[in-house]
Design a binder for this molecule. Structure first.
Ligand code: FCB
Length: 782
């Protein structure tokens, strides 16, 4: 087997961060950090503080050469500055010794987002003093570890700290001020400069920083990078690139802010915080630039679009979803963008050494009796490694690759539901289990590369062609039937041996009459349907393929297509059918049910039937939404209602009515189609019917966004005059102004449940419909 190798000495490893894995937040004198204050999740996390020996052992067994960890500032300085806490630093002493004893090179990051709460209380990153305190802290950690740690990263992803922590407020400390976000960004850069100076003065061998870098593209460029752009789109792309990438790259590596940035900063925050000499300080020589890459940013010009709070200055830019595969985080998977990014860095900052300090993915893992077969994670890392290798072969200086991350852990604001680890952690028992991706990565490290391409498995067809017999004959031979001539049998068995053919389901099916094929019927997505459809395609495909089934996709959008689907299933081409989502008046379900082939539905059918389904608790969700408005003192609540041929709409209306009835109130309903414009029109109608309206519950987020616009146009303020709640929690809901309070439907869980339900049906096990709970997500609109 050929190997696609990496240069000799290429560094393989993993990255972690202190707050996400250590736990032990109140031992050995550690002070609180902004994440202790902000996070609703308990922070025991992986208890790595006490289990580091086991974790280092895991890395050693996997053959890792490097481990990037972060030092917790509040362990070193419980009050942020002033007196060092030696007991806190002892932990890193032990960790570094353990690593070196295991042949693993430590890479230390000094700031991975866990600012001591005391410093936040004194003003946080918008306060210039924080940068100075950081330099003291950097010096103190170097005093303890500098004799054994060579490579130091000052700060991790300053864009995230500044703009999610102080701009959109979805990260700690949860402040929402565009001005403070820009000030924080500058002070983080200053911290890097002062810290780098302190480290180098103390004799550090290599100093760098870690940036989150995302190529910025338009939707059309995702599949065609070279595609020329309109002047408007080119401007939108350049502006977002400036905010996310250049704002940090240029000062660090060129000693200047990009021209396009300063006017935005000036009108948002003034420029008083940028002092003479700062940029020279920031531009300390960088020995190694850490590149964290997960996904590109996809944008286009859209004049009416308000600025996204995480990107102040992004007025007129729409952040788009693209129809590519996504991780469970919803992040589009675009490995080619990593090559693109590396090439760009090499061209614009020649001579800068690079290291991929984070790359990895969150997927829903299924723990089975014989392991965790996280095939998606393997192919994610594999494809990204191919992208790195392509750049390396062109001469880009990439020194190593670190997977994010070793352990499933506390993923910041998302808590424990995200699974980025190569190693599964059971948070009750703290048991660690290697996922298939860990074992696969071990092999990559061992051979210093990837297998050239996955060997193609020989199929029934290849065997038939080689033996010069029909597929049916091959099938009969491998299934041990006697009705085959000795010559044909001999030819088939020879071909099987020579090709290394392993009989699979398809071969057996010709005899068992099972096709091992499942039909996934999609209809044009409607109710919040695009995210759901994408998730269903992803999970149904991966789970059923994992169970040896092949998937056939069929689109049910016309009467003719319905006829073809029924014909296909009647003809015995499928063992099972997943159908989504049925609308009222749709007879496809019944016609398919009559074929006797097992079916499961996504979404409750309009007419009660025996076909099991997976749905979410639309009624309960609408009740909770309405109750939330009532408990906020709202009494004149209107509902922007979706099309009544959708069962989900009917249920949402029923839930809304019942909550109102409980409070002795009567409903006020305006119908709408599923578009924003229609939501706006319905909201205008409600405001016309009752000028004193004080709340709107919309049957979907699209409708709610339309309503938000109409309400604003009427001169009313949200939520002061009128509160709004949506439904579905689509991506756009968190970035409206104000951010939308909404009902979250568990998209991935629904998709998984459908796949599981069909598997049980195929195994003829007893099955019942599944209704999954929804959850109210409270943001600013209500
Ligand atoms: C990066 C962070 C890291 C982890 C991954 C998923 O932005 O540096 O801590 O949260 O994303």
């Amino acid at each position: 087997m050929n190997t696609a190798t990496f240069p000799e000495g290429f560094v393989w490893g993993v990255s972690t961060s202190a707050f996400q894995i250590e736990g032990a937040t109140a031992v050995d004198g550690r002070g609180p950090s902004i994440w202790d204050t902000f996070s609703a999740d308990r922070a025991e996390s992986c208890d790595h503080y006490h289990r580091y020996q086991e974790d280092v052992r895991l890395m050693k067994d996997l053959g890792m050469a490097a481990y990037r960890f972060s030092v917790s500032w509040p362990r070193a300085f419980p009050d942020g500055s002033g007196k060092v806490n030696p007991a806190g630093l002892d932990f890193y002493d032990r960790l570094v010794d353990e690593l070196l004893g295991s042949g693993i090179t430590p890479y230390a990051t000094l700031y991975h987002w866990d600012l001591p709460q005391a410093l936040e209380d004194a003003g946080g990153w918008p306060n210039r003093d924080t940068a100075r305190h950081f330099a003291e802290y950097a010096g103190a950690v170097h005093d303890r570890l500098g004799d054994r740690v060579d490579t130091w990263f000052t700060i991790n992803e300053p864009w995230v700290s500044a703009f999610l922590g102080y701009g959109s407020g979805i990260h700690a400390p949860g402040r929402k001020s565009a001005a403070d976000a820009f000030r924080s960004a500058h002070h983080l850069l200053l911290a890097h400069g002062l810290g780098a100076q302190a480290l180098r003065a103390a004799g550090a061998a290599k100093v760098g920083a870690v940036l989150n870098l995302s190529p910025v593209l338009t939707p059309a460029q995702v599949s065609d990078v070279g595609r020329p752009l309109s002047a408007e789109d080119a401007e939108a792309v350049a502006r977002i690139d400036t905010l996310v990438n250049r704002q940090f790259l240029d000062p660090m590596l060129r000693g200047a802010y990009p021209g396009g940035l300063l006017p935005i900063v000036e009108r948002t925050a003034g420029l008083g915080h940028v002092r003479d000499g700062d940029l020279e300080l920031i531009a300390q020589p960088v020995d190694l630039l850490g590149v964290n890459y997960y996904t590109p940013l996809v944008v286009q010009a859209q004049p009416s679009e308000p600025a996204d709070p995480a990107f102040p200055g992004s007025e007129g830019v729409l952040f788009c979803t693209v129809p590519t595969a996504v991780t469970a985080m919803g992040w589009p998977i675009v490995p080619s963008c990593l090559s693109l990014l590396l090439r760009r860095l090499a061209t614009e900052f020649p001579g800068t050494e690079l290291m991929i300090t984070e790359n990895g993915a969150d997927f829903v893992d299924v723990v089975t009796g014989d392991g965790i077969h996280d095939v998606e994670r393997i192919s994610f890392v594999e494809e990204h490694l191919r992208a790195v290798r392509a750049a390396v072969q062109e001469g880009v200086k990439v020194r190593g690759y670190l997977v994010w991350t070793l352990l499933d852990n506390l993923e910041w604001a998302d808590g424990y539901q995200r699974k980025f680890g190569l190693v599964h952690v059971d948070f009750v028992t703290q048991r660690r289990r290697l996922k298939d991706s860990a074992l696969w990565y071990r092999d990559v490290i061992k051979r210093n590369g990837l297998t050239e391409s996955r060997p193609k498995r020989p199929t029934l067809e290849t065997v038939a062609a080689r033996a010069r017999v029909s597929r049916a004959t091959v099938s009969r031979v491998v299934n041990g039937e006697v009705s085959v001539s000795p010559e044909a049998r001999e030819a088939v068995l020879r071909a099987v041996r020579e090709l290394g053919y392993v009989p699979n389901a398809a071969a057996r099916s010709l005899v068992t009459r099972r096709t091992n094929t499942v039909v996934l019927v999609l209809s044009a997505p409607r109710q919040g349907g695009d995210q759901l459809t994408a998730a269903v395609v992803q999970y149904v495909t991966s789970m059923l393929e994992g169970a040896g089934k092949q998937i056939t996709l069929m689109l049910a959008d016309t009467a003719e297509s319905h006829r073809r689907i029924v014909q296909h299933v009647e003809a015995g081409f499928a063992d099972g059918v997943v159908l989504l989502p049925p609308d009222r008046g749709d007879t496809l379900t019944e016609r398919l049910a009559r074929t006797g082939v097992p079916i499961v539905l996504l979404g409750k059918p309009a007419i009660a039937s025996l076909v099991p389904y997976v749905d979410v608790d639309n009624t309960g969700g609408a009740q909770a939404a309405t109750q939330h408005l009532l408990s906020g003192g709202r009494r004149r609540i209107g509902m922007v209602c979706g099309p009544m041929d959708l069962v989900a709409t009917q249920d949402r209306l029923a839930g809304h009515r019942s909550a109102l009835a409980g409070a002795g109130l009567r409903p006020l309903v305006a119908p709408a189609e599923l578009s924003r414009a229609s939501g706006a029109a319905a909201a205008r109608q409600l405001l016309g019917d009752d000028p004193a309206l004080d709340a709107i519950f919309a049957a979907s987020d699209q409708l709610a966004i339309g309503a938000l616009q109409a309400v604003r146009e009427s001169g009313r303020r949200v939520p002061e005059h009128l509160a709004i709640v949506g439904f579905d929690d689509i991506d756009a809901a968190s970035v409206t102004t104000p951010a939308l309070t909404t009902v979250r439907v568990p998209v991935a869980d629904q998709a998984l449940a459908v796949a599981r339900l069909l598997l049980s049906r195929l195994e003829r096990r007893h099955t019942e419909s599944v209704v999954l709970p929804t959850r109210l997500v409270i943001r600013d609109s209500a």
